[in-house]
Ligand binder design. Structure first.
Ligand SMILES: NC(=O)c1ccc[n+]([C@@H]2O[C@H](COP(=O)([O-])OP(=O)(O)OC[C@H]3O[C@@H](n4cnc5c(N)ncnc54)[C@H](OP(=O)(O)O)[C@@H]3O)[C@@H](O)[C@H]2O)c1
Length: 225
């Protein structure tokens, strides 16, 4: 049975992906900070071990790796924070908040990858969930967007340094989730698609791994099988 770690799995894209992978027989170690929500979301899923905690906490990251065991076939760094809502312009962005965003969105995925790599066989897959805000200069998105840009470059260099792995950053597209609502406070986001719609694109990376690189779910789902 293949084993994976998926961070940020109590709701949104992480939960949708974990449900699909559990259906396919994956053994999964998952987390989120909110323990009750994580347990409620995952208790009915076979093969899913829920470990509440913050990916920015080194001891929690160690717990995730230990729970996964000696062989890790998949690491999905999905957990992420937006930062303050509404998002401040960079001119006044509180640096203490920016550090928290980078801790969760850049340092934590790299640190978890560093711990997982010795247990990942050739051909194993690392998926770092990114955003179009990494490449588009949207006013107000400087904190979150620059963290995802850093994550993209971390991903690309990890891939160059370890050609035996499959290392991806993947932009899932807009999704109707709590984070998206925080990004657009007070706005009606009911026209955005649910996170389940982005799962087939992620599964394409896992099932039929293309060369390492940066992908958009929209392109993966449009590609012929
Ligand atoms: N929604 C969009 O339109 C959109 C667009 C592009 C990219 N993305 C990316 O897609 C990914 C999933 O986002 P989403 O929209 O599904 O967000 P979401 O619905 O807000 O879910 C985020 C998940 O991550 C967990 N989480 C957040 N910070 C964490 C931390 N420090 N440690 C552990 N778990 C943490 C949350 O639980 P707790 O709060 O309980 O910890 C929750 O389970 C993120 O990487 C995001 O940047 C989203």
């Amino acid at each position: 049975m293949p084993t994976g770690i998926v961070t940020g799995a109590s709701r949104g894209l992480g939960l949708a992906l974990v449900g699909a992978l559990a259906d396919r027989g994956w053994r999964l170690v998952v987390d989120a900070r909110g323990a009750d929500a994580l347990r409620a979301a995952t208790c009915g899923l076979d093969g899913v071990v829920a470990i509440p905690g913050d990916v920015a906490d080194p001891a929690h990251r160690r717990d995730l790796i230990d729970a996964a065991g000696e062989r890790i076939d998949l690491l999905v760094n999905n957990a992420s924070v937006l930062g303050p809502s509404p998002q401040p312009a960079l001119a006044g962005y509180p640096l203490v908040e920016l550090r928290r965003v980078y801790e969760a969105n850049v340092f934590a995925p790299l640190a978890l990858t560093q711990l997982a790599l010795p247990r990942m066989p050739d051909g194993a897959v690392v998926v770092n969930v990114t955003s179009d805000a990494a490449v588009e200069a949207y006013p107000g998105w400087g904190g979150y967007g620059s963290s995802k840009a850093a994550l993209d470059q971390v991903t690309a260099i990890l891939a160059a340094e370890d050609p035996d792995l499959r290392v991806y950053s993947v932009d899932p597209g807009d999704m109707r989730t709590q984070m998206h609502q925080e990004a657009f406070p007070g706005e009606d986001i009911s026209d955005r698609p649910p996170p389940d719609d982005s799962v087939p694109g992620l599964l394409a990376l896992i099932d039929r791994p293309p060369p390492s690189g940066r992908y958009r779910v929209a392109d993966l789902q449009a590609a012929p099988r």
